[in-house]
Design a binder for this molecule. Sequence first.
Ligand code: ADP
Ligand code: MG
Length: 363
Amino acid sequence: MIVPPGSTIGILGGGQLGRMLAIAAAQLGYKCHVLDPAEDGPAAQVAAGFTRAPYDDPAALRALADAVDVATYEFENLPVAPLEVLGEKLRPSARSLAIAQDRAREKAFIEECGGRVAPWRAVASFDDVLAAVAELGTPVVLKTRRYGYDGKGQAWIRSPDEAQAAWQAIGEEPAVAEAGVDFVAEFSVIVARWADGRHCFWDSAENKHGEGILRRSTVPSSDAVALQVAEAREAAVGIAEALGHIGVLTVEFFASRDGPVVNEIAPRVHNSGHWTIEGAVTSQFEQHIRAICDLPPGPTDLVGGGAVMDNLIGDDVDRWPELVAEPGLHVHIYGKGEPRPGRKMGHVTRVESAEPVRGTGEH
Ligand code: ADP
Ligand code: MG
C-alpha cells in the first residue's frame, strides 16, 4: 500500500519524536495530524493538524482513522485495545506496541526470537522479589512492567537488605527483576523494515547514560562495540521479522564480555538515532516515513566521518546562546517550555568531517 506525498499521516503522541517525524514528513510533502492529550506539545507545534484528546478516546480515534491515510506512534505507553479502530492503517501494528510496552512480554519475546537478555524474573509481590534476588543474586534492578522511561520506574537492589526499599520505590507494581549486567559499553541497533521484509541499518551508536537517561551517542562506536554489531544486527532483524514490524525499530544492547545482550526494544525512532538527521544520508525519521508509506528506502551511509549527539537535559537548554553561536553545531530545541530536571529539552549534533581538515598552507 503506497501512501503518496500529499497524504495525511496520523501520529499518536506529541513529543519530540513526533515533532521530528512531522518535520521529516513535511519535507516529503505529507501532512501530519497529531493526537496528544497535552495542548501545544512539541509535535503539535509543527503539525498540519492536531487533536487534543486522551489516547483511549474512541470518538477521537475514530475521527483520526477517518482523517488519515496511515497512522503511526511515537510513544509506547498507549492503551492498545482502542487502537483497533485504526486497523491496517496503523504502522507499525498494535502488536509491536503491545509487546514492547510490557517488559515481561518483551523479554520473553526476545528470548523466543533467540536473542539474549539478562537473567530475569517476573515479580508481582514482595515474596517474588525475595525469591528473584535469591535466584539471581545481586545486583538486581527492579523495573515496572509498564510506563517506565528515562530510568523512571526502576530501583536497584545491591544487597538483599535493599529489596524492601526498592520494591516500595517502584510503587509495589508488577515488575521484572533483572540481573545487573557488568557491561563494557551500551549501544543500539536501529533497523527500518518494510512490509515486504526489506530492511536497513544505520551505524550503531555507542550510548552513554547518566541516571538512566541517555546523555551522549557517538558514531562510530569504540572497537569493543563494533565487534558485537554483526551479532546484534542479526538479533535485531530477527525481532523485527518476528513482529512483522513496519517502520523503525530500535534495539538497545549491552556490550558484555560474552557478547551482545538485549536491554530493551522500542518500536519506534529513538533518541540514540537523532544523530542521523545530519550525520546520515537519510535520517531515522525520514526512513520511518518512507517505510510506513512504502516509498523506497533511502541510503543510510554516514555523510561525514561520524557524529556526536548530546542531549540537552533540564536547564542544559539555557546554554542555547553559546550553542547556537558554535559554528557547525546543529541545535535542536523541542519547544517544551519549562526546563524541569531530567526533562529532555533538546539535543545538539556535531558531524565529524570525513577528510582530515585541510591545512592553512603554512608550513
Ligand atoms: P528506560 O526505559 O528508562 O530506557 P532501560 O531499561 O533502558 O530503561 O534502563 C536505562 C539504563 O539503566 C540503561 O541504559 C542502563 O544504563 C541502565 N540499566 C538498565 N538495566 C540494567 C542492567 N540490567 N544492568 C546494568 N545496567 C542497566
Ligand atoms: Mg532504555
